[in-house]
Design a protein around this ligand. Structure first.
Ligand SMILES: Cc1cc2nc3c(=O)[nH]c(=O)nc-3n(C[C@H](O)[C@H](O)[C@H](O)COP(=O)(O)OP(=O)(O)OC[C@H]3O[C@@H](n4cnc5c(N)ncnc54)[C@H](O)[C@@H]3O)c2cc1C
Length: 473
């Protein structure tokens, strides 16, 4: 049988190779280290963890990444097997001994009879006779390949920096203070005229907020990040604040074209706008609020905004070196490049974020590529599972920015989180029981989402097995 090629032996590429080989399909894995390294990798091991050694929470009942761990284990993940075998104590989190972990992944793949590892850089588009390829070259994809991808997809389809504005769970926004309205009620493409959530600030609140932005603790760029051009109309919010007290009021916080229905006679001095971020309408991003503020400072300062006092953040803002595709536009539902379907993408380059998320998208890409080779149906996981929720974010759930005045492209990498899942029915108290407190409601909601995900994942796996048996008989 002809092999599947994988470019990049990081978290995603290693998991994809394992899944493909375990399905009985040969794999040729191309990894450029040690011949050429990246600015963050230090070793020649596969699945090297470039920074922290944590896979985050392992709680599969109340945490979205814990649920993803559970789902990956159900599908025989090599990354999870190696992580479980090399765990170090970390409370409720799953943390690993990074060297033992990477060595275990490397050895498992080196020993597998269907895996061949070639230590070479693929510095341009894979040759035309590679008919089934997974590109999993990560946030620091080598320049030659990145250039070739740009030529194929168009200049603005591949980003080299993520400029992430914080994303807030809709149900944590106080709509008694905020209101839905687009500036001048303009409907815009695909809109209704009431597409933004607006948070009003008076002069005193605005002045205090701008001061807090300027004084807040920031993160520095790493030396090797400083050379990457990123000023693509997306200055950090605190840099704008430093340019003068009025800059934000004439930029992302301008109050024009908006009337607060809660106080129609009072003109807001400044307004923070949030735009719907996913098709489900569960997440909203703070428009123009990309930032290098430290995470702790962000939570504190952004909760000073009226209406966001209780905000729960699905992700905080950031600005990092990161190569990633405009996936919702470019990839199909099984991660193939629409313009050249022999090429499939996996890992952080698709717009997920984090070790576990990258490995999980590698797992799915590997299974899709193997199914294709074996002539099996390519069924995507249900959107109610963590796999499906993350895949949905990458391939379609995001509300696009076509024609948007604030940003050219707004798709940004994201960790898995409960905001990506279809909503569940609001938890109800049992007859005669005391009223549920907010934290109890939140816990019940998370439990309901994870229980539904587990049942749906098991049904999906049963369906895949039945389909495979049908095809082979
Ligand atoms: C500085 C930094 C710190 C980070 N810290 C964290 C963190 O603490 N926690 C977290 O969860 N995530 C972190 N991330 C994100 C992390 O990189 C990803 O979560 C994860 O490693 C991505 O997995 P991947 O498989 O997509 O890419 P990678 O793991 O980076 O793997 C890509 C592989 O492709 C190889 N490669 C690149 N180009 C080519 C080519 N042309 N030919 C052949 N091989 C190639 C690379 O050598 C590499 O081995 C960090 C990222 C960076 C850049």
């Amino acid at each position: 049988m002809k092999e599947v090629h994988i470019v990049g032996g990081g978290l995603a590429g290693s998991e994809a190779a394992w899944q493909i080989a375990q399905s009985g399909v040969p794999v040729l894995l191309h990894e450029m280290r040690p011949a050429r390294s990246t600015d963050a990798h230090r070793t020649d091991g596969l699945a090297e963890l470039v920074c922290s050694n944590s896979f985050r929470s392992d709680d599969s009942t109340a945490n979205a990444v814990g649920l993803l761990h559970w789902e990956m284990r159900q599908l025989g993940s090599l990354i999870m097997r190696a992580a479980d075998a090399h765990q170090v104590p970390a409370g409720g989190a799953l943390a690993v001994d990074r060297e033992g972990f990477s060595a275990a992944v490397t050895q498992a793949l080196e020993k597998h009879p269907l895996v061949t590892i070639s230590r070479e850089e693929i510095a341009g588009l894979p040759p035309p006779d590679w008919d089934n390829v997974i590109i999993a070259t990560g946030p620091l994809t080598s320049p030659g390949l990145a250039r070739a991808i740009c030529e194929l997809t168009g200049e603005d389809a591949l980003a080299f920096f993520d400029a992430i504005a914080p994303i807030v769970h809709f149900d944590s926004i106080d709509m008694n203070v905020c209101w839905f309205q687009s500036r001048y009620d303009k409907p815009g493409p695909g809109g209704t005229g009431a597409d933004y959530i607006n948070c009003p600030l008076n002069k005193g609140q605005y002045d205090t907020f701008v001061r807090a932005l300027i004084e807040g603790e920031k993160v520095d760029f790493k030396d090797w990040e400083k050379n990457t051009p990123y000023f693509d109309g997306c200055l950090p919010i605190e840099v704008m604040a430093e340019r003068g007290p009025e800059t934000l009021r004439h930029g992302p916080m301008k109050p024009v074209g908006l009337t607060n229905p809660h106080k129609p006679d009072e003109k807001p001095y400044a307004v923070v706008q949030l735009r719907q971020d996913n098709a489900l309408g569960t997440l909203f991003n703070m428009v123009g609020f990309q930032t290098k503020l430290r995470h702790g400072a962000q939570t504190e300062i952004f909760r000073m905004i009226p209406g966001l006092e209780q905000a729960e953040f699905a992700r905080l803002g950031g600005l990092h070196r990161n190569t990633f595709l405009d996936s919702p536009r470019l990839l199909d539902a099984t991660l193939r490049l629409k313009a050249e379907p022999r090429l499939r993408f996996a890992g952080q380059i698709t717009g997920c974020e984090g070790y576990v998320e990258s490995a999980s998208i590698g797992l799915l890409a590997g299974r899709f590529a193997a199914c294709e080779r074996l002539g099996l149906p390519l069924d995507a996981p249900p959107p109610t599972t963590a796999f499906g929720a993350l895949l949905g974010h990458i391939t379609g759930g995001h509300i696009g920015a076509a024609g948007d005045e604030n940003t050219k492209r707004s798709f940004q990498p994201m960790n898995v989180n409960f905001g990506l899942f279809p909503p569940v029915e609001k938890p109800k108290r049992a007859p005669g029981a005391a009223r549920l407190r907010g934290s109890e409601k939140a816990a019940l909601k998370k439990n309901a989402i994870t229980a539904r995900a587990k049942a749906d994942l098991e049904a999906w796996i049963r369906g895949m097995r039945a389909a495979a048996e049908l095809v082979t008989t």
